[in-house]
Ligand binder design. Structure first.
Ligand SMILES: Nc1ncnc2c1ncn2[C@@H]1O[C@H](COP(=O)(O)OP(=O)(O)O)[C@@H](O)[C@H]1O
Ligand SMILES: [Mg+2]
Length: 384
């Protein structure tokens, strides 16, 4: 299997997005300005698309400044510093603004309230850098994972939204779906008012999923392996992880240009992949989704509420995190697990006694809701 981090790795199923990017880049190269909010579930390919953008920009001679947020504990302005000050931070060979900023960042306390004047000055200097950068030529500012950005960066991004997109600048912010922290909502709302383009990166369809697997294996895909890949719900990271796991377990067999997975022993290892994919959702959401996994690949929220012993509104409140993360999607009052791989791993993660008790409650809730006798019986069977 091709190492997913190798420079030759494929980009499949994103033709429309690449067209959008090309169009935006050429408008920036000719003096326009634009902002893109690139949103999607974890592993859907935001970073991969940004890499494609970097490649396209390079061809056009447009410079890319890229920063990546690292989450809690980051220094003030960590994301903007990563993008704008780069490796030469601390040296004064990039003009007085950078020199002053570098010196200032070294003496900023962690809290804004402890040195408001210094923070205000840092805001001014960063804003000046962003405003003036376009004078040197067209450029792209990529801020990756802004849902993890430090508060100072978000504060400044919200301020800059009031000025709208700068000429000769393409700003791309990547993020996970809502719900967001309040500070990020302010940034998104501000840039939406300023005319930012919203690009939602959706999971790959079945054909693109298969194409991705074929590219990574450099071979056709046998029916059993295809079946497992279908449980990845079109999430490229899950596709990559399924193949990695199969390879690590030594179950891939190649014959006549086709790769097939033999046996079922390795499927348990996949539970870890599924669990890792949703870990960021936190215990409350995971507990409710774990209960939902007992009801099957799709379920009625009212039934889950009865099963969990919670009001329906409370369930929705918790589930919206799962919806935003793309773990489940809504069809009326019904929710569907997007990746069966994830549902199976949540189910497998239930402790045996708890699983039996949940099946018993499911039988009771479904019977009360008028479900057919054989469905109720199947739950009772598993409750024993
Ligand atoms: N369209 C795609 N074609 C091929 N591989 C992809 C595609 N999208 C994502 N990948 C691969 O899937 C994995 C996860 O993608 P990544 O861009 O890191 O996701 P995100 O940044 O949205 O969490 C990476 O190994 C990446 O190379
Ligand atoms: Mg990423």
């Amino acid at each position: 299997m091709t190492e997913p981090t190798s420079p030759t790795r494929p980009l499949v199923g994103r033709g429309a997005e690449l067209d959008d990017i090309d169009e935006l880049l050429s408008s920036v190269a000719t003096g326009g300005g634009a902002t893109v909010l690139l949103e999607g579930e974890a592993g859907v390919g935001r970073t991969r698309l940004v890499e494609a953008l970097q490649g396209a920009a390079e061809l056009l001679g447009v410079e890319v400044c890229l920063g990546r947020a690292v989450g809690p504990g980051a220094a003030p302005y960590a994301l903007l510093s990563d993008a704008l000050l780069g490796p030469s931070r601390g040296r004064d060979d990039r003009g007085p603004v950078v020199a002053e900023l570098a010196a200032l960042l070294d003496v900023l306390p962690p809290e804004r309230a402890d040195a408001p004047a210094r923070f205000a000055r840092a805001d001014e200097l960063f804003a000046a850098l962003v405003r003036r950068r376009g004078e040197r030529g067209p450029w792209v500012l990529v801020l990756e994972d802004v849902h993890l950005a430090d508060p100072c960066t978000l504060h400044l991004l919200a301020d800059l939204a009031g000025e709208g997109a700068r000429p000769r600048a393409l700003t791309v912010m990547t993020m996970r779906g809502v719900p967001h922290r309040d500070e990020l909502d302010v940034v998104v709302a501000g840039w939406t008012r300023a005319g930012a383009r919203y690009l939602e990166l959706r999971p790959l369809g079945p054909a693109a999923t298969l194409e991705l697997a074929q590219c990574l294996l450099n071979a056709g895909v046998g029916p059993a392996l295809r079946g497992v890949l279908a449980t990845a719900g079109g999430n490229p990271r899950l596709v990559v992880d399924v193949l990695r796991t199969a390879e690590a377990c030594g179950v891939l067999e190649r014959s006549g240009g086709v790769v097939e997975a033999v046996g079922t022993g390795w499927l348990e290892e996949l539970d870890e992949v599924g669990r890792a994919h949703v870990q960021h959702l936190g215990p409350q959401v995971l507990a409710l989704l774990g209960q939902a996994s007992v009801l099957g690949a799709s379920f009625v929220v009212g039934d889950l509420a009865a099963l969990a012993g919670e009001p329906v509104t409370e369930c929705w409140r918790t589930l919206r995190h799962g919806l935003a993360a793309g773990v489940v999607h809504a069809r009326g009052d019904r929710l569907v697990f997007r990746h069966d791989l994830v549902r199976t791993s949540l189910y497998a993660g239930l402790e045996a006694g708890q699983r039996r008790a949940l099946h018993a409650r499911a039988a009771w809730a479904l019977r009360a809701a008028g479900a057919p006798a054989h469905v109720v019986a199947a739950h009772l069977e598993r409750a024993r």
